[in-house]
Design a protein around this ligand. Structure first.
Ligand code: FAD
Length: 430
């Protein structure tokens, strides 16, 4: 590498993924000087199934982007039906129960929201987003982090900053360089995702659960639909070797009505593999640095909140930066305010997602029986199904169920309030 050039800014963000891009834009909108450094050579292009939950929609609205997402690349979906393998409906989650206007899930074509955020960042603060910049090491003064060194076009570049943000994903190098201990757990299952043709009548999402089986079929924008199919981690090649016809047969054994979608799988290029992991970092702050998103707390996708939580972190952080700038206090104890604000929701979602992994992914008939009882209970219990929905929508930091609620939802105890929305939702009903 040739000689280093140095830049100065207030906040340097490593990674322009789900969290880093939102942070860059939110800071730019507040007029705060920031640099977002991304190792990739441009915006991501790969296939990924994307659901914008209501809290993510709220954030895009705050950023002035929600109404600007191309209509032909987004689809509002109100009903998610949970079914047993074989087709029997267990329950329906109705996003229409939530307060408007974000009372639906938005299923987008791959990377639609992400591209809109990156584009807005580049036009709001030209030059603040740099691609092809790979984080190498932290700059320190004593124990305090005061910037980063990155490699950019084979050249070393240093950026000095008051705050360094590690938004570089589950395998975060910034976290390692900070010496923050983290537990990375890879789940034994991942997902085969496919983008397929949407049968015309498919307006609602279906999610099948069975013995070690999960398959989701969600309508996406235009004539497209997503299919998510749980497979053992590392088994994608085996599935490809067995051939498309064998995979189609497995899907049709789950539900024969999937046939039109299954038929539209003709090329492995329509598929991608999504590994699933969980990160628990001991702390998210250090003197002069913070971690956001998957670097701090990757979550199992059952929570349907991975990207949303990275976005919420980014917004919470952007709201706190002006205060830290005013105080000029970048010590870990000052930055801990961010972690205090964000921990409760993230910890709750990680725990909930793990419970869902335990019951939903199971091959154990008794656990499967309990799972199905809970799904059926949700269909009968407005109060608790609202709580679950509000949690998935990203509007709660408390778990959806207490101990008694668990007995009630599984049908082992009557719920005298089953037909009422909880108090926090009542305002909307009035
Ligand atoms: C296939 C797939 C589908 C998914 N679908 C959904 C979904 O529908 N809904 C949902 O909520 N979540 C989904 N997730 C999870 C979601 O993508 C993540 O939780 C979210 O992107 C986390 O955002 P992040 O900013 O923390 O990390 P990331 O989005 O992973 O971004 C990290 C960024 O840092 C960059 N980077 C890494 N190392 C360096 C370095 N050394 N120097 C510079 N840059 C670096 C990376 O290139 C990347 O751009 C999906 C994940 C995958 C893999």
């Amino acid at each position: 590498m040739s000689a280093a050039m140095t830049e100065r800014t207030d906040v340097v963000v490593i990674g322009a993924g789900g969290g880093g891009a939102v942070l860059g834009l939110a800071l730019a909108q507040k007029g705060i000087k920031a640099q977002v450094l991304e190792q990739a050579s441009g915006p991501p292009g790969g296939l990924r199934g994307e659901i914008l939950q209501p809290n993510g929609q709220q954030i895009l609205h705050r950023l002035g982007l929600l109404d600007k997402l191309p209509a032909d690349a987004t689809r509002p979906v109100r009903y998610f039906h949970f079914c047993r393998v074989g087709g029997e409906r267990l329950c329906t989650v109705d996003y229409g129960m939530l307060p408007p206007p974000h009372n639906r899930a938005l299923v987008t074509l791959p990377n639609v929201a992400h591209h809109a955020i990156l584009k807005a960042l580049e036009s709001r603060a030209p030059g603040s987003l740099r691609y092809g910049a790979t984080f190498k090491r932290l700059l320190r003064e004593g124990n305090r982090v005061v910037g980063v060194e990155v490699e950019c076009d084979s050249k070393a570049m240093t950026v000095s900053a008051k705050l360094v943000v590690g938004a570089d994903g589950a395998l975060s190098k910034v976290r390692d360089a900070l010496g923050i201990a983290a537990k990375l757990h890879m789940y034994p299952e991942g997902y085969l995702i496919a983008i397929l043709e949407r049968p015309k009548e498919m307006e609602e999402a279906r999610y099948f659960v069975g013995k070690k089986t999960i398959l989701g079929a969600f309508p996406a924008a235009g004539d497209k639909a997503y299919l998510f199919y749980m497979i053992p981690a590392g088994s994608m090649q085996q599935i490809k070797d067995a051939g498309i016809e064998a995979l189609r047969k497995r899907w049709l054994a789950i539900d024969p009505t999937l046939e039109p979608m299954a038929k539209s799988l003709v090329d492995w290029k329509q598929t991608a593999y999504m590994p699933t992991g969980r990160v628990k970092a001991k702390t998210w702050v250090a003197d002069g640095a913070v971690l956001i998103g998957d670097a701090a707390h990757a979550i199992n996708p059952h929570a349907s909140q991975g990207r949303m939580q990275a976005m919420v972190d980014a917004m919470a952080l952007a709201d706190l930066v002006p205060r830290w700038l005013e105080r000029n206090d970048w010590s870990a104890s000052s930055l801990a305010e961010y972690e205090r604000v964000r921990r409760p929701q993230v910890n709750m979602l990680q725990k909930l997602a793990d419970e869902q992994v335990f019951f939903w992914n199971t091959g154990n008939p008794f656990l499967g029986y309990l799972r199905d009882r809970v799904f059926k209970g949700m269909d009968r219990n407005k109060r608790l199904s609202y709580r679950v929905l509000a949690t998935t929508a990203g509007f709660r930091s408390e778990p959806p169920f207490g101990l008694l609620d668990r007995l009630m939802i599984a049908g082992f105890m009557p719920d005298p309030h089953a037909d009422r929305l909880p108090a926090d939702a009542a305002a909307r009903e009035a």
